[in-house]
Each structure stands twice: as C-alpha cells, then as structure tokens.
Design a protein around this ligand. Sequence first.
Ligand code: HEM
Length: 438
Amino acid sequence: MTQPSPAAVPTHPAPGERVPLYGPDFAADPHAVYARLRSYGACAPVELAPGVAATLVTNYRAALDVLHDTTTYSKDSRTWLSTAPKDSPVLPMMTWLPNALTNDGEVHARYRGATTDSIRMIEPHELRETVHETADSLIRKFAARGEVDLVGEYCQVLPLLIFNKLFGLPDSQGPRLVAAIARMFDSQGEEAARGIEDLLQYTGELVALKVEKRGNDLTSWMLDHPAGLSPEEVVTQLVTALSAGHEPVKNLMANAMARMLSDERYYRTISSGALTAIDAITDVLWNDPPMANYSIHYPRRDVDLHGTWIPANSPVVISYAAANTSSGPSAPGPRSDAGAHLAFAAGPHACPAQQPAVLIASTAIDRLTSWLCDIRLAVPFDRLTWRPGPFHRALTELPARFTPIAPDQKGSSPWSTSPSSSTPAAETSPERRGGSAA
Ligand code: HEM
C-alpha cells in the first residue's frame, strides 16, 4: 500500500480516490495516515476493506454533529448492506442485528434501556472482586515462568472470564467462551463460522438456563427488564455486549500496559508523584483509543457535512482517534481543559459500559503490576506490532519479562491470597525497579 506524501494529497480527492484503512502501513502508523486525511478537510474518502468505500470524519466538531444528529443520520445498515460486497472481512462489524447498536428511535431506546439498566445493576465492589479473582487465576498460570505474552495470556482472556461470571455461569464454562471467541477471531472461513456457532450455542444455552431459573446476574436482569425482551432478543443483546465489550477492553488493557511498561514515569513511588494505571488508560482513550474508528452512520439523504458531500445510505465512520488528536497528542495525566474524548463515542449511542470497562481495565492492570512488581516489556515499544484493520487499535502481542514468583514463596502471592483481599503485600513493597524496554 503506497500512501501519497502529505504535500501530494489534494484538498479535493480525484474521483474514486480513497485512502485504505487496512493493510500493514495503516496498522504500523495510523496517526501519519490521519494527518494526511485531515488535509481533505473535516471528512476524507477512505476504503475500509477492498471495495468498501466510506467517509471518515476526522474533525472533532463534525464528529459531534454526526453523533448527535439522529434526524439526518441513521445507524441502520440494511439499505447499504444490500449493495455491499458479500464476502468482505468488515461485514461482521457492519451487519444489522435487532440490537441497540444498529437501530434508531424507539427500537434503539428499547434495546438500549434493557442493556443500560442491566449494566447499571453491576455492583462496582463486586466487579472489582471478580477482577481480582480472575486476574489471580490467570497470573498463577505464568507467574513462575518469568515471561508472558500479556495479550494472549491476560488481556484476551480476562474480559471473557469476567463476562462469563457477569452472565451468571460457573467458572467451568469460561474456557468454552474463550475457545469460541478465539475460533472466531483466529481463523477464517468455515472455522470462523464454527466459532460464531459455538458462541450462539453458548449464549443460547445460557439464556435457556436462566429462563428456567433466574439468578443475580446480567442475563436474568435482562430477562426481567420491563422492556419485555424475548429470550431470543436477550441472546442478541448478550452477543452484542460481548462483541462490543470484549475487544475494546482487551485493547484498552494492552495499549495502557504497553505504555506503562516502557515508560519510567510509571515506575516511581507515590511520594514522587508517579503516573498510575488510570493515567495510562486516559492517555490511551485520548491518543490511541481501543476502537479507533467506528460509530458507523448512514445519511438518510445526500448531505453536506462541513463541506463534504456524502451520498445517502453510504457509511460515515467517526474517527475517534483522529478527532481526539486534531490539536495534537495530549500528555498522560490529568488534563487542565477538562475536555471530553470520544473513545466511548457520544450522543444516543455512546457506550453504556464506560465505568465498568475502565474499572475492569484499571483493576486488572493494578493487580498484575502489584504481584509482578518489576514487569517490563521484552521488546522496545516501537517494535511492537499492531493487528491490521480499520476499526480496532489492537496489539498482536505484548511480550513482557519479570522476576518469577512461586507458589511456595514466603508472604502472600496470587496462590495464597484470599480472593477478597484487595491489597496484595507487593503493593506496599519498595519502589518498583525502573524498567524501560530492554
Ligand atoms: C474500553 C472498553 C470499551 C470501549 C472503548 C467501548 C466503546 C464503545 C463505542 C465507541 C461505542 C459506540 C459504537 C457505535 O455507536 O457504533 C460503544 C457502544 C456500545 N458498547 Fe461499548 N465500549 C467498551 C466496553 C464495553 C463493554 C464492556 C460493554 C458491555 C458490557 C459495551 C457495550 C456497548 C453497547 C451495548 C454499545 C451500543 C450502545 C448503543 O448503540 O446504544 N461496551 N462502545
């Protein structure tokens, strides 16, 4: 993929010219591509996959205008889907379902109400405890080894095991969910289709179980919600929550840890004002959002968006990453301007799970860095590799090294601590050893 140099990019694109948002160049340096796309104005012509044309909104104000304007823009992809290439790899992320994400008006409000109200029932202190338990169970698997791929062995698995618990299933069912998602994402064609079947079977059995016997869990709250969703509709909302929730939580954790484990400022004691996991998370949400480009809208008629004509029913994609950084990258730590990032979108379709998502990511990172207090990247930050694709900002792996800890060592450890303990002894240990990337 050859990108034109900034000077060569025309203000008005030649007819049919589109900048690809797939392939290794975009994955390696998306911000260089966003910088070039900005020279088109508030919106730029892009290709999400071969033959899938879209308009990318890179300007913050224009992004807000689309996200809030439900009269001009629809989230319903069905008209566009009838003209889309049938085997495109982006179709799963652009498909229509009876859910909140791809519907408007009252239909959206009904699904969103059931999802949002159920998510609100999650008790933060119980969720924190669940994250501790789940984190410890994963850390125990690699802590004695001294090295780990944090993407494959921690960030990828942890959110799914937590979803399994929130849905109201025993831990024994967690690996089933992990295997189904891995099959979906790590394979193609028939094998990936089998992963989707596995996921639908998992959620179908889950909902059937809760129809028979309710519990204190997300599935039961959705079934009992006054919106009166049918069991089939609950299956779809759970699959939507999994698809909308798993990948970005994974990416938020991994992208934040990549920064923390390669930056000295995260390795000092509280008294010297060290940056925290929340600072790294805020940094990622502003500068490298886990979902980089999404909130796909379809204009109901031909429209002029900040100087760009967009044909009716064609995809308009919001670049949270480009809009957030239109005035340059922001530094980690608190911002003085109190501005709002768009990593969770805005308007009626803004993410309903922002608080639990940040709680899961920050607690999981704190737990890991508490037990493995000298953990650091095994390769320099700039040698990390990113998965190609237009929507997610996802590391392929995050190799790290640390001093091994063992089940028989003195003091508390992930093996000996009680699951309810929220302050592992290592948290009070002296300064974490400095650890820029080796
Ligand atoms: C760091 C983690 C997360 C990020 C960055 C994130 C980001 C987003 C964004 C940008 C949207 C808007 C998408 C659109 O309009 O097309 C969204 C919507 C949504 N998210 Fe999240 N999300 C995260 C975690 C979660 C989790 C954990 C759940 C479920 C428990 C979840 C459930 C949803 C749902 C159901 C919607 C659709 C809402 C609607 O259309 O009304 N998200 N999320």
